[in-house]
Design a protein around this ligand. Structure first.
Ligand code: ADP
Ligand code: MG
Length: 703
């Protein structure tokens, strides 16, 4: 028998939870902390000192030697700089470990090497990190030892956000404030805030580490840049929800334990559609904690894979021809007195507050479809969105049959008098129970689907931070709530006004509703007719951040200034150009040093064979034919390689970042595809024993 795993004991054992604070802090300090957490404001320095000491004592008792302000710069991952708790030794040479309130609250990392999009000239490269008291501190344990990690926001000397957390926190406050105005209109006087909650489902691939190390493309780009399809892909649909193999199972077990210790509620695990693809989903929590935890999930996935002789690939498209990975971002809003604003109840047609919230979200998503699409873009996700894979790049909303019918009634008659019922699901087997059927089936092809009491935003990329999508969601919904509240608060007859407003919003924005197959070509044509944006790439989406509409939205709620938005747009171009450049250089390297030499060797041995067979007086036509084919493809590969070298050099020399990013997208990527084609074709005909890297089959089936 394996040892008993006591989840209750290990859960959050590495987290400085509220419970631990309650135990370790004087009552008055604890109260102050709790007040700041719930209501905002600042902790006094005196209280911060007390908290810092308690936090340090707890950390040191658990083996910590260092602390770090853990933050989320615009690289999309996390950053940390460790400081030991050591101080000056005393007269007798004794070390007293120290950690002050000031050190807890504020840090000053040299910020000059993080992306800033021109926000911070290097001469004032100061950056500040500030403790996000609402996200608990935790211990990270690895070969470095035990490090106390303090979640922080990161901004410049002049106060501009340089990270993903600051705008997210600003957006959470905005949507809370505006949503509160809405619930007040319906007589809720108790709620003091509205919390955005998020549950992200994380997809990932696992490959054998030895094989991974033989492929520069996986090492440098995180995805395969070459590779012929394996004879078997995902067509049998036998991997999805399939039995989890032992090696993967032992990885999942280890991963869960690590995550539970960190207070992450790892809940669901299963095999995904593509071979070697899997998924983990935690239980939802407050948006900023969910964002922090998702970063920890991604980091822990990679770390634990190493222990099992595997590598975790979080890239959105590690392998061509099979599904890529995304992150379904489940999002909803709830008051602190327990009301989920997205819960329709049993009779949504009579639930006026729900219908108003729904109408506002329809308005928000339709008005800012471009921004929402942008928020889910990263370099890897370009391979999924709009590239024949889930989901399309066009934003639409799926409401399901029942709600769609309610909307239709409201638009047509102003009343929603009846409700499509779910009825019973008959199994036809006497020993099985009949279920109450949901009134609505699922739709897997919609990028923004209503799923019972939340929306599931399915566009987000697997490697990306979920901060931006949630910042955008909160912001656009805050705006719609604000505009609705402005009207309704002034209304003489609330009932009439709210009724009219719901009808107006739903009528104006019903084009955003689509319940059909989002992957079909008909939808692309239909969406165009409806005037919905279809933004095909990350670089094309970047400028949506700086339209007048976007600047007005984000400035109104203090989420981004115009300058911050401009800097973010610039960072997108830079990131894109740099990433594609790395991919192009990796292809050049692999083609010149691995594939072409291997194919040359193979063609030499073919040529030798042709001569030998002829000399022996036999028919060498088959050998000669293969040689001809190999030589032809080799010539094509060499020509494509030369061209890729040329356009990559051209791209590198460009000065305007936007033009450069577009050049990488349109010209360099095309040249990459041209090089890949003959090499992949060669992989299908060249002797396996001379092929220089592990194949798709070996990578995805032999894990
Ligand atoms: P499925 O795979 O069917 O979409 P799962 O149950 O696996 O659904 O995942 C759904 C995710 O949505 C989970 O992370 C869950 O915690 C989260 N979720 C459930 N309710 C809410 C809510 N009110 N707000 C945000 N996320 C939620
Ligand atoms: Mg899902």
């Amino acid at each position: 028998m394996s040892e008993v795993l006591n989840v209750e004991d290990i859960f959050a054992s590495k987290v400085f939870t509220l419970g631990k604070m309650k135990e370790r802090l004087p009552k008055s300090t604890y109260k102050e902390v709790k007040r700041v957490m719930d209501q905002g404001g600042e902790l006094s320095l005196a209280a911060a000192d007390v908290v810092a000491k308690a936090m340090k004592d707890w950390a040191v008792e658990n083996g910590a030697t260092h602390y770090t302000h853990w933050f989320q710069p615009l690289t999309g991952i996390t950053a940390e700089k460790h400081d030991a708790f050591v101080s000056h030794p005393d007269e007798e040479g004794r070390m007293i470990m120290e950690f002050s309130g000031k050190e807890l609250i504020k840090g000053e990392p040299d910020a000059s090497s993080f992306p800033s999009g021109g926000l911070r000239a290097t001469f004032e490269a100061r950056g500040y990190t500030a403790w996000d008291i609402t996200s608990p501190a935790f211990l990270k344990e690895d070969a470095t030892g035990v490090i106390l990690c303090i979640p922080t926001a990161f901004c410049s000397y002049t106060g501009e956000a340089l990270d993903k957390k600051t705008p997210l926190l600003r957006s959470m406050e905005a949507v809370s404030e505006q949503a509160l105005r809405i619930v007040r209109l319906f007589g809720n006087t108790e709620a003091t805030k509205v919390v955005a909650s998020v549950g992200p489902e994380q997809e990932y691939f696992l490959v054998d580490r030895e094989k991974y190390l033989q492929r520069e493309d996986l090492i440098f780009a995180g995805r395969t840049l070459f590779g012929a399809p394996a004879p078997k892909g995902q067509e049998l649909e036998d991997h999805y929800f399939g039995t989890i193999r032992e090696r993967i199972g032992s990885y999942m077990k280890d991963l869960n334990v690590e995550l539970w210790k960190l207070g992450v509620t790892a809940k669901t695990q299963h095999n995904e559609v593509a071979p070697a693809q899997h998924e983990l989903a935690p239980i939802y929590e407050t948006a900023n904690i969910a964002v922090d935890h998702n970063q920890l999930v991604m980091e822990t996935m990679k770390k634990v894979a190493g222990r099992h002789g595997m590598t975790c690939l979080l890239h959105e498209k590690p392998f061509a021809g099979v599904n890529g990975s995304g992150k379904h971002n489940n999002w909803s809003l709830g008051t602190d007195n327990g009301v989920n604003l997205l819960d329709p109840g049993d009779t949504p047609n009579e639930n006026i507050q729900f219908l108003l919230v729904l109408a506002c979200i329809m308005k928000a998503v339709d008005t800012h479809a471009d921004l929402l699409r942008q928020s889910a873009s990263d370099v890897g996700n370009d391979h999924r969105l709009g590239a024949n894979e889930a989901p399309p790049a066009i934003i639409s909303m799926f409401l399901g049959e029942q709600l769609e019918d309610v909307v239709k009634q409201l638009v047509e008659t102003g009343e929603a008098s009846h409700l499509i019922e779910g009825g019973k699901l008959k199994t036809g087997v006497s020993t099985l129970p009949d279920f109450d059927k949901d009134a609505t089936d699922r739709n897997r092809t919609s990028p923004f689907a209503f799923t019972g009491n939340k929306f599931e935003f399915r566009m987000v990329g697997s490697a990306d931070s979920i901060a931006s999508p949630n910042t955008t969601l909160n912001a656009i919904v805050a705006e719609a709530f604000c505009e609705a509240a402005d009207i309704l608060e002034k209304a003489d007859d609330f009932d009439v006004a709210v009724h009219d407003l719901i009808k107006e919003y739903m009528t104006k924005h019903q084009r955003i509703i689509f319940n059909g197959n989002g992957y079909s070509d008909e939808w692309v044509a239909e969406a165009e007719k409806r005037g919905l944006p279809n933004i095909k790439s990350m670089v094309e989406a970047a400028s949506t951040l700086t339209t007048d509409k976007a600047i007005k939205l984000f400035e109104k709620f203090g989420i981004f200034t115009k300058v911050e938005l401009e800097s973010r747009e610039e960072i997108i171009y830079e990131t894109y150009a740099k990433t594609i450049n790395i991919e192009a250089l990796t292809m050049i390297d692999m083609a010149s040093k691995k594939y072409i030499p291997a194919v040359m060797k193979y063609s030499k041995s073919l040529a030798d064979t042709v001569i030998a067979v002829k000399e022996a007086g036999a028919d060498a036509s088959v050998q000669a034919e293969i040689l001809g084919e190999v030589s032809g493809k080799l010539a094509a590969a060499k020509a494509a390689l030369t061209n890729l070298e040329k356009v990559t050099a051209e791209a590198t020399a460009m000065e305007d970042v936007k033009a450069q990013a577009f050049f990488y997208k349109d010209t360099v990527k095309a040249a990459m595809d041209e090089l890949r084609a003959p090499i992949d074709a060669l992989e299908m005909i060249v002797d396996k024993n001379v092929w220089p890297v592990p194949s798709y089959g070996e990578l995805t089936f032999e894990v």
